[in-house]
Structure formats: structure tokens, C-alpha cells
Write a protein that binds this ligand. Structure first.
Ligand code: HEC
Ligand code: HEC
Length: 651
């Protein structure tokens, strides 16, 4: 299958897990390290990395100039954007950033580089490309991502992930002119070439989890007016949308995502029983979902689809597999033709395509062989680990590999693709926590590579907002997913406290969710990773402080008559004990009592309660607490309830 190009002077060797071993460092110190250092020295006066910053770069976004001669690589933990010359394999310039850079875009004339720098009060840094200086800085919302300039160059859209909205920025006044609400955690956006429509990928669905149809959506916005025209729901089970890109001819958009089979008991992984990996094609002529195709093969998952890119001629569409360290190279016209051949309803007597199991269009999202003859699935070199975003530079595909601080160049010039690994800097020795993060995101440790821990716990080990019928507490009683942020500090684990500690739950996850046996080092590294997670400040805070409404809500929360603090005391906001708070549902046993969850970061983990039956924080107390067993709330007025909700959402 894929090969390193024979001419590659410096392929980085790696351990089987893809972590570079320091031994070849000396060799490539001469090749790359020195230009990299000198570029750093020349990087100007913007604030540089602090000693607390980790030594690795974590490339999270990549962009190629139209001539393919320069690549910009946003290095999230490295707090820098590298300009990289693929011809000489050298970093030609280093731009340090004020916060982790999450997204990159060039102005239509190529003179400005927009970099979203994510923090609770994000900044879009605008670089003057010819001068190599910061032209101006624009304030955006919480965790800005995916900057998208309009084709006329006059405005810029930016996703504010944790505000659940999109900023429209006027590039003449450098000011945000409006906020456009979307659904939940917008992480990627793309604009049609005619500038009419902005499509926004919402990471997660925003409803309750115990419904029949549970799916994340793509929001379509009229770019001129800022009005939301449509929410395009993907098939039920869709979530963890990571990227959306529009074909050069403006006719189609493709969005990468997980397609979870959350309604089945989690007894096996075979044939994508639990999670499949997919992309959905959107027809931009009528703004509708054309179909969803699975990227997996029958006996091998293509886990964690992430970045998407198109060749300039629109014939080749690629998608990375961050969990299996691969890319899929898709013949897009052939895929469209194959989809077009399928009828909507069965047509007896009509010739059917024997290369696929699908007989009608609706079969396609369940067909693990549909892409068989229209895509090549290419494994990256062993050194390259965690490809996320991807770009075309001329006719070469370049992936940015999050965990190996490297790029992969995949050439398409021959009939057979070749790939080469290009390290971006010295290979730092990973700490156990960093190794754990890589394992957590790695589907190659899973049976048939169907899923990683991150498949169900996306967004840095948080939630997929789905209910899963894990077997640890018996069958037939699905539970809403849990944030792993404080799992190690809030024993026991799982809603029913079925695992004494998070350590036990991690090992059970490896065995019963990934269906594998791994060395203890894998589990201890994942423990270290999960313990290292830090809460993200709530978007309901104003300048880091709780609002006046939340202050009033705190008094209600602490009031002994309301009693929240008796079970959710200050600190971790849990008494670490099980209670019956009247939330049992039809699938629960009469004796079930639920472990009191922490309320820290609860603003980002909807839907709520062990069965995900409360879509919003308000519902926890308005529909789900009829007998006042979950705190005394029935006497609270509407505005007191608003205040209480405002407080809890600020934690
Ligand atoms: C199929 C989806 C799925 C996969 C894959 C998965 N988890 Fe989970 N995980 C869940 C759900 C659902 C829960 C909550 C279950 C409950 O409350 O009973 C959970 C709970 C946990 C908890 C307990 C959190 C707490 O505070 O109670 C830990 C720890 C955990 N998972 C770790 C992992 C690790 C590590 C992996 C990978 C080895 C993993 N999970 C893979 C769905 C998944
Ligand atoms: C008797 C103990 C107890 C009291 C009192 C109590 N809680 Fe809870 N709380 C729990 C338990 C147990 C759960 C889990 C219930 C479930 O999963 O079905 C929970 C769940 C929650 C959740 C959902 C969290 C999630 O991640 O799904 C929120 C929010 C919450 N409580 C806030 C409050 C507030 C606000 C009050 C006061 C009005 C309060 N609780 C009073 C024990 C308590």
C-alpha cells in the first residue's frame, strides 16, 4: 500500500504507536532544526510561548496558498503559525499567537492571513502576508474557530464554538457587526463560491438523547442577511462533525462525522455495530442532504473522520481519519454517479449495481461497501499520527498530524499514491498525559479499528450527547454519556456508580468498548491524560465573573430550603453519593439510585440526567422534578428559576 517516497531524505522513525523516538534527532537537526530556530528568533515581538507551554506543536489546521508554494500550519499547543515551504522542507517564518490557533484563512487577494486564536475572549489575528506583521486584531467570542472570508473580501465569518453562534465581522471597520445563533458547538464553516450561503457544522445535536431521532445538523445561513435559512439534520446517530468544505464548482458540500448506532446494545463491534464513520454530501442547489456514505470497510473502521479537502479541479475529495492515521481519496464524480444510479424506491427489473449492497438511496448510510470502487484508503507513514486537517497544495495532499508534529505529503501524480512524512520541529518526548491523549484518540488499539475513546467522548474527552446501552449495568437501560473532566476526582464512576473509580472505568472502557486487551501502560497514560484536563470557563461568565442573575441564583442554590448544596456542595459540587431524586425512567430498575454528578462544566454537557431526557438545564427543574425530590424547586418563581439556571450554567 502506501510507501515512503524513495527520495525522502528524512523520514522520521517512530515507535509502533507513532511517537517519534529521539534517536534520529541528530540527523535532522542539520536539516530542519536550525532554520526553525532562526525563524523563531526572527518572529517579532508578539508574546511567545511561556515556560508552562508544552514542547509539542499539535498542528490543528493547515492552509496552502493557491500556488501551493507556502503552507500555513496552525500549531495549537505550540501557540504559533508556521509558514512552511514544501519544496525546501523548511519553516520560512514563525508567527507566534496570543492563544492556541485553531483556524486559518487567506483573504481572496492572498494579502491577509486570518488566524482564530481560541480563548474565552478569542481574537482573530490578521497578518499582513507580504510584510509578515500583524495588521490588526479583532475580538471574537468563546473559542473562535474556522475563519471564513466572504468572496468579496469585505467580511469574515468566525465560529464561536462555546457561544453556539457565528460572528459576522466587517473587515473595513475591524468590528464584529452581528452574532448569528446556530445550534451547538459550531466548529467548522464554509461559504459557497458565489458568497450566498454559509454552511456551519455543529459538533453535537442540541436535543434530548432519549428520542427516536437524535442527530447533529448543518446550519445554512444567508450570508448577506445573516438569517438562518435551514437546519439540515444528518441521519439519526450523526455527531462529532469536524469539518465542512464546498466543492470548487459550488455544487456540493461534504461534512465529516460519526454515525453512531446508539440504539443497539453495545455487545460487539463487528460491521460497525456501535459506531460507523461517515461523510454526508449536501446538494447546494436545493440545500438538501444528498446522502451519507460510510468511510469504513466491512472489517475495518476508518475512525474519526476529520478534515476535508478538494483538489482544485474538484475531481478528488479527501477526508482524513484521525483515529486510524489514514486518508480516504475519493473520486468525487464517480461517487456522485454511483449515488445517482440508485432509485428512491425499489425498481424490480432494473439493473442493479453489483459492486454495492445498496438497492435504493436509503440503503447507502448502512452500506459498508459503497465506496469500494470509488476511493483509495491510504495509510500514512508510521511516524505520522493523528491527521486532522488537510489541504491540497497543487496536486499533492498535505495532512497536518496532531500527535506527531508532522505533515504528510501524499502525491497523486502517479496512478498510485505515495506518501512522505515531514517533521515540523524536533520530536519532544511525550509525557504520560500526552501519550494518554494520543491513545484516547487512537482507534488502532481498538478491535478492527472501529472507534477510539474519542469517538464517544469527543471534544477533549467530553460527551457525544448520546445514550448508550453499555453492559456494565445490565442490558436495556441506556445511559447518557458523561464528561470525563473530573472523573478521577469524583468516584464512583458511571451513573449507577457501577465502577468504583475512574481508573476501573478506563480499563473497562478499553476491554468492553474497544474490545481489546492492552498493556497497563495504555490505561495509566489515559488516566494521566484525563487527570490533566482543565475545565473550560463557562461562556455564561462575563469577563470571568458570574452575572448578577447567576449571583442571585447562587443564593437560591445555597439556600437550605432549596437544598441543592446539600448534595452538590461547593468545590466539586457532588457529595460523591447515590440518591433517588425522582428521575427514574421506564428503563430503570425500581431500586436504581444515581450517583450525584459534579456540576462543573455542566454548561457544555446537555442533555441532562442519567437518561439524557432533559434537553436543557431549565427542563431539569421544570419538567423533571414534579415531586420536589431533586431539591425544593416547585415554589420558585419563573425568574428565580432563571437565576438558578444561570448560576448552574456558570460553573
Ligand atoms: C460507545 C461509546 C463509548 C466509548 C467508545 C467509550 N465510552 Fe466511556 N462512557 C460512555 C458512556 C455512555 C458513559 C456513561 C455510562 C454511565 O453513566 O453508566 C461512559 C463513561 C465513562 C467513564 C466514567 C465517567 C464518570 O465520571 O462516571 C470513564 C472514565 C470513561 N467512560 C472512559 C472511557 C475510555 C477511557 C474509553 C476508551 C477506552 C471510553 N470511555 C470509550 C461511552 C463510551
Ligand atoms: C438529594 C440529593 C440532591 C439534591 C438535593 C439535588 N441534587 Fe442535583 N442531582 C442529584 C443526583 C443523584 C443527580 C443525578 C440524577 C440522574 O442522573 O437522574 C443530580 C443531577 C443534577 C443535574 C444534572 C447533571 C447532569 O450532568 O446531567 C443538575 C444540573 C443538578 N442535579 C442540579 C441541582 C440543583 C440546581 C439542585 C437544587 C435545586 C439539585 N441538583 C439538588 C442529587 C441531588
Amino acid at each position: 500500500m502506501p510507501m515512503n517516497a524513495p527520495s525522502d531524505p528524512s523520514p522520521r522513525r517512530a515507535s509502533p504507536r507513532g511517537f517519534a523516538i529521539p534517536q534520529p534527532l541528530i540527523r535532522w537537526v542539520g536539516l530542519l532544526f536550525i532554520p526553525w530556530l532562526s525563524a523563531l528568533a526572527a518572529s517579532g515581538s508578539s508574546p511567545g510561548p511561556t515556560p508552562a507551554d508544552p514542547p509539542w506543536l499539535s498542528p490543528a489546521a493547515i492552509l496552502a496558498t493557491p500556488d501551493g508554494r507556502t503552507l500555513y500550519v496552525a500549531c495549537a499547543t505550540g501557540h504559533k503559525v508556521l509558514a512552511y515551504d514544501p519544496a525546501t522542507r523548511q519553516v520560512t517564518r514563525t508567527l507566534t499567537t496570543v492563544a492556541p490557533p485553531t483556524g486559518l484563512a487567506l483573504s481572496p487577494d492572498g494579502h491577509r492571513l486570518y488566524v482564530t486564536c481560541a480563548s474565552p475572549a478569542s481574537e482573530v489575528t490578521v497578518y499582513d502576508v507580504p510584510a509578515g506583521t500583524v495588521a490588526f486584531r479583532i475580538a471574537a467570542g468563546h473559542t473562535a474557530m474556522s475563519p471564513v472570508p466572504t468572496p468579496d473580501g469585505k467580511s469574515l465569518f468566525v465560529c464561536n464554538r462555546f457561544n453556539n453562534d457565528v460572528s459576522l465581522i466587517d473587515l473595513r471597520s475591524h468590528k464584529e457587526i452581528r452574532r448569528i445563533p446556530v445550534l451547538r458547538e459550531p466548529v467548522a464553516a464554509a461559504i459557497t463560491p458565489d458568497g450566498r450561503h454559509l454552511l456551519v457544522a455543529n459538533l453535537l445535536h442540541a436535543g434530548r438523547a432519549d428520542a427516536d431521532v437524535v442527530a447533529a445538523s448543518v446550519t445554512v445561513i444567508d450570508a448577506a442577511t445573516g438569517a438562518v435559512i435551514k437546519q439540515l439534520a444528518l441521519p439519526s446517530g450523526s455527531g462529532a462533525l469536524q469539518d465542512i468544505r464546498i466543492s470548487p464548482d459550488g455544487r456540493h458540500a461534504v461534512v465529516s462525522h460519526i454515525l453512531a448506532r446508539f440504539y443497539l446494545p453495545t455487545t460487539q463491534l463487528e460491521r460497525g455495530w456501535m459506531n460507523t464513520n461517515a461523510e454526508t454530501i449536501i446538494d447546494l442547489q436545493d440545500l438538501s442532504v444528498l446522502n451519507t456514505v460510510l468511510l469504513d470497510d466491512v472489517d475495518s473502521g476508518a475512525s474519526n473522520p476529520w478534515g476535508i479537502a478538494w483538489s482544485p479541479d474538484g475531481r478528488t475529495q479527501v477526508v482524513t481519519h484521525a483515529g486510524t492515521h489514514e486518508i480516504s481519496i475519493i473520486d468525487f464524480p464517480a461517487l456522485l454517479a454511483k449515488l445517482a444510479k440508485l432509485p428512491v424506491t425499489p425498481q424490480p427489473g432494473r439493473d442493479s449495481d453489483t459492486t454495492a449492497a445498496s438497492r435504493v438511496r436509503a440503503d447507502v448510510p448502512n452500506d459498508l461497501a459503497f465506496l469500494r470502487d470509488v476511493r483509495r484508503r491510504v495509510k500514512l507513514p508510521d511516524a505520522d499520527h493523528g491527521p486532522r486537517m488537510v489541504a491540497f497544495a497543487g496536486n499533492q495532499i498535505i495532512t497536518a498530524n496532531y500527535f506527531s508534529d508532522s505533515l504528510t505529503v501524499i502525491g497523486l501524480s502517479n496512478s498510485y499514491p505515495y506518501s512522505t512524512s515531514l517533521p515540523l520541529g524536533p520530536a519532544p518526548i511525550p509525557t504520560p498525559a500526552r501519550k494518554g491523549e494520543a491513545y484516547f484518540n487512537d482507534a488502532t488499539i481498538c478491535f478492527q479499528t472501529w472507534q477510539s475513546c474519542a469517538t464517544c467522548h469527543p471534544g477533549d474527552a467530553r460527551v457525544d450527547a448520546l445514550n448508550w446501552d453499555l453492559l456494565n449495568d445490565g442490558i436495556g437501560n441506556p445511559k447518557n454519556n458523561k464528561n470525563l473532566l473530573l472523573a478521577h476526582r469524583t468516584p464512583p464512576a458511571m451513573s449507577l456508580g457501577i465502577r468504583d473509580t475512574a481508573e476501573v472505568a478506563v480499563r473497562a472502557g478499553i476491554r468492553h468498548s474497544l474490545f481489546t486487551v492492552q498493556p497497563e501502560e495504555v490505561a495509566t497514560s489515559i488516566d494521566e491524560y484525563l487527570k490533566s484536563l482543565q475545565p473550560v470557563p463557562s461562556p455564561y461568565l462575563k469577563n470571568g465573573k458570574i452575572s448578577p442573575a447567576a449571583k442571585r441564583g447562587k443564593r437560591i442554590f445555597d439556600d437550605p430550603r432549596v437544598a441543592c448544596a446539600s448534595c452538590h456542595p461547593q468545590g466539586l459540587f457532588t457529595d460523591l453519593s447515590p440518591h433517588d431524586v425522582g428521575t427514574r425512567g421506564k428503563f430503570d430498575a425500581p431500586t436504581d439510585r444515581f450517583d450525584t454528578p459534579t456540576l462543573i462544566e455542566v454548561w457544555r454537557t446537555a442533555p441532562y440526567l442519567h437518561d439524557g431526557s432533559a434537553a436543557s438545564m431549565r427542563e431539569v427543574f421544570s419538567g423533571h422534578n414534579p415531586s420536589d425530590r431533586h431539591g425544593q424547586t416547585s415554589h420558585l418563581s419563573k425568574s428565580e428559576l432563571d437565576d438558578l439556571v444561570a448560576y448552574v450554567l456558570s460553573l
